[in-house]
Structure formats: C-alpha cells, structure tokens
Design a binder for this molecule. Structure first.
Ligand code: HEC
Ligand code: HEC
Length: 420
C-alpha cells in the first residue's frame, strides 16, 4: 500500500507513459485492493444487517447494500483493465505473479527504493491486517446471530396447521375495535369492509391477506391515482392504483422477483416478503411507513397495517410446496370435491360457472370471461391465496381457519372444473 499522493503521482505517470515498474502492487493496484476490500466489507456487513431484527427493512441499509454492489460491479472491470494494461506496458505476466507470488527483479536496488517510498503504510503486515479483519468479522457475525435470534421479536408459525386461537391479546382487541368503529356492519353487504369486534386471530390474518391482495378494494375506498414511487419506471403495462397493491410488487407467492413475478408483465425486480415470516407486527408496520412504501397513517390506518403485518408474520404459505412449476397442484382433488360441493358451490355453482368473474386488467386473460375453474388453472398461486384469505371487495369465504391441505385439495379440484 502507498499513500494517496503516491497513487496520484503514479496515475499521472501512467497517463504520460512514464510509470515505473513495481515489485509488489503498483500504487494504483494497491489502492484498488484496499477499495475492493472496503466495498466487499460494506456489502457483507449490510447484508448481515438485513437479516437482523434491528435493521430488517431499514431503507438506508438496503440502499447502501444496493449501491455498494453496483460500485463493486464498476470496480471489477477497472481492476482487470489495470492488470491488462500493466502487464502489456511492462511485458510481464501479472496473472502468473498473482498465483506464484513471484516477480523478476530488475536490479537489486529496486527493492530498497520501493521500501523508501512505502513509508506510511508499510508497517501494517498482511498477517496483522488479516487478524484484525477476522476479529471484526467474528464480532459482526456474533452480533448478527444474537440479533437474528432474539426471542421477543419472533413467533413460531407452522403454516400447515390451522391458526390456534390464543384468546384475544390486548393489542388485537384494540386493533379490531378500531376497525369495527370505522366500519360497523349494518347490513349483509357491509361484510366486505367491516370487521368483527374482538376478532379471532384467524379473521385478522385472513383480512390481512385480502388487504395484501388489494387494500383499497378490501376497505371499500378509492385507491391512489398516481403510480407508486417504487414501481419500476420501465414497466408501463401496469400503472396507477394497481401499483399500490402489495401483491403487484411482492407477488401472489410472496417471493417477488424470485417467484412467479421473475418474468412477465408483473416483473418488477422487487424482493419478496418471506423474510417477514414470524416477525412481530410492530417491526413490520414500521416498514410500511418507510420511504420505499409511503403508506402514511392517513393513507393506511394503523389497524389496517396491523392486520397486514399479522398476515405477513403468521399467514404466508410456501406456495411452491403446493403448486408445481407447470401450474398443477399437489392436492387431493377427490377430497377437494367434497369441500367444493358443500361450501364453494353455494356461490360458484357445481360447475364453477355461476359467477362470471370480473375480467381483471390482468393481461393473462386477454379479455376472455373467466370462471373459477379457468382462473385456478391459469393462475393457481393467485387462487390459493384467495381460497386461504377470501377475495377483497366480494362476499367470498376464507378457509383460513382450516388446515392448509384443505385449501390445496379444493384448489386441485377447482382446476378440473369447466374452463369456458
Ligand atoms: C411499488 C412497489 C411496492 C409495493 C406496492 C409494496 N412494496 Fe413492500 N417493498 C418494496 C420495495 C422496493 C422493498 C425493499 C426491498 C427491495 O428493494 O426489493 C419492499 C420491502 C418490503 C418488506 C421488507 C422485505 C424484506 O425482506 O426486507 C416488507 C415486509 C414489505 N415490503 C411489505 C409490503 C406490504 C405489506 C405491502 C402492501 C401494503 C407492500 N410491501 C407494498 C416495494 C413495494
Ligand atoms: C358466499 C359466496 C362464495 C363462496 C361460498 C365462495 N366464493 Fe369464491 N368468490 C365469490 C365472489 C363473489 C368472488 C369474486 C368474484 C369477482 O368479482 O371477481 C369470488 C372469487 C373467487 C376466486 C377468485 C377469482 C378471481 O377473480 O381471481 C376464487 C379462486 C374462488 N372464489 C374460489 C372459491 C372456492 C374454492 C370456494 C370454496 C372454498 C369459494 N370460492 C367459495 C363468492 C364465493
């Protein structure tokens, strides 16, 4: 390592074609190594930080991680270019030296003159540097493990089991009272946007699932007219209020860009929300108000955020465990038929054609009328979410209170219903 002035001098000499050959790294190369290590450390530390409870979903950490990764992508080719130029100018095999650690001496005095130049930084020996780095990484790692494992910020969720009611917690009671005050049920149709007083946990979670799907339809209010700030500008197929739905950015399978929305008109490159599983609502409610989301308490009341958070924490299922890449469902259609005929057929009809489903703006359907059978076949991930949580803005049941496999079984049967 050389001091910064030596690096600048070297770069000037290089530009003039007067650069000297060096036995270790040349000054620019040494600076590049330090810069690479610093950027890598920033990426690693901010990466671990995002796994911890304290920094989960914190915007500056996410952004720093993101930009540092991009800076690294610029530095890598510069570094390779430097190696190529240096090798060509001095007609030597730098790549070989990197592997063997050897370079040919021009003359014995080069060693002493290089050491004289390297006064400031040459005291730090590699072994000491590595030791400091290892200790720092150990401390950061131990801290990360402790933070990630903090009990009070996690609940254990077994998604296969029905929700075990634990009786109303003071928090849940307060939240459902607020919801009920805002939207009391006066007649049957109010079921859509209304809330029970002292709601069961299963209801709070399924309601959160409908809000995840489309919160403004679920609440019976008008959605924002502008396009959401985090919506990627190059995706113009979807715009306006639809870009404010959690599912539009994070996906029906909760996996974002790593799941169903990897490609296609809904691809946004945004992460999923699976890491929210098991975290306490307070942590998750904060994320909704951050600058990436902009769900202020005016746009989205606190009790609504609470239900969403509860859904993210305790209501997400692993879609891939039930739906195969070719859209077939791992479920028992014979069992599913029994549920369908006794529950779903009351509204959808025995053949699934009693309700013509609104042709959504979803380009998947090309304006063709849809029935429950065709929707479940074309987009089973969406279907599974709706069967588990209900359909926002509609009088439709939710199977949230029953074991997960019931939902998968009924979905498998619904796929066999007439498509047209
Ligand atoms: C316009 C797109 C958009 C919408 C709509 C949106 N989000 Fe996000 N969300 C993001 C972005 C961007 C991030 C930051 C992670 C990333 O860069 O991928 C994020 C992160 C999150 C995280 C943290 C995930 C993690 O692992 O760090 C949670 C939880 C979350 N969102 C929940 C929600 C919920 C609930 C809603 C609906 C009320 C919602 N989001 C709506 C874009 C969106
Ligand atoms: C009380 C009546 C009712 C019952 C019972 C009912 N549904 Fe629905 N369902 C609806 C309504 C209303 C809609 C929304 C239709 C619309 O406007 O798109 C809907 C929508 C759906 C959708 C979403 C379609 C879409 O547009 O994406 C699926 C899937 C579905 N129902 C499956 C089922 C299954 C499976 C059952 C049985 C477990 C069931 N439904 C029970 C009334 C009902």
């Amino acid at each position: 390592m050389r001091n910064p002035f030596a690096v600048l001098r070297y770069l000037r000499d290089l530009a003039n074609g007067r650069d000297k050959r060096h036995l270790g790294h040349n000054p620019a190369g040494g600076a590049m190594i330090v810069a690479l290590l610093v950027v890598l450390a920033v990426i690693s530390v901010t990466g671990v930080m995002q796994l911890t409870n304290r920094f989960f979903g914190v915007v500056w950490v996410e952004d720093l991680h993101h930009y540092a990764a991009n800076v690294l992508l610029v530095m890598i080719p510069l570094h390779v270019l430097g190696v190529v130029i240096s090798s060509a100018l001095h007609r030597e095999n730098l790549l070989g030296s990197m592997i063997t650690g050897r370079k040919a001496l021009d003359a014995p005095e080069t060693v002493t003159s290089e050491l004289r130049e390297a006064r400031i930084f040459d005291r730090i020996r590699t072994s000491e540097g590595v030791l400091v780095l290892l200790v720092a990484m150990g401390v950061a790692g131990a801290w990360g493990v402790l933070e990630t494992g903090r009990r009070e910020v996690h609940v254990v969720v077994d998604e296969k089991q029905p929700i075990v009611e634990s009786g109303p917690s003071p928090e849940a009671t307060e939240m459902s009272r607020t919801a009920q005050e805002r939207a009391p049920q006066k007649d049957r149709l109010d079921y859509v946007a209304s809330a029970p007083l002292n709601a069961s946990r299963a209801w709070l979670i399924s309601s959160g699932g409908r809000l995840y799907d489309n919160w403004f339809v679920a609440l019976g209010v008008k959605g924002p007219v502008t396009t959401h700030v985090s919506w990627p500008r190059d995706n113009t197929i979807i715009s306006g209020d639809q870009t404010w739905c959690c599912k539009s950015c994070h996906g029906w399978d909760y996996l974002g860009r790593e799941g169903q929305y990897r490609t296609g008109p809904s691809a946004t490159g945004i992460n999923g929300v699976q890491r929210a599983k098991g975290r306490t609502p307070e942590m998750l409610m904060g994320i909704l108000g951050n600058s990436k989301h902009g769900f202020t308490d005016e746009i989205m009341p606190v009790d609504v955020k609470y239900r969403l958070a509860l859904f993210l924490s305790q209501g997400q299922h692993t879609a891939r465990s039930y739906i195969q890449p070719d859209n077939t469902v791992k479920g028992n259609a014979v069992q599913g038929q029994a549920i369908y005929e006794n529950v779903c057929a009351a509204c959808h009809g025995f053949d699934g054609k009693a309700l013509k489903l609104g042709v959504s703006s979803d380009p998947l359907y090309n304006g063709v009328p849809q029935f429950v059978g065709s929707k479940a076949a074309a987009n089973p991930t969406d279907g599974l979410h709706k069967i588990r949580n209900g359909h926002p803005g509609a009088i439709m049941v939710s199977l949230r209170a029953f074991p997960m496999e019931h939902a998968a079984n009924v979905l498998a049967y619904v796929q066999t219903l007439p498509q047209q």
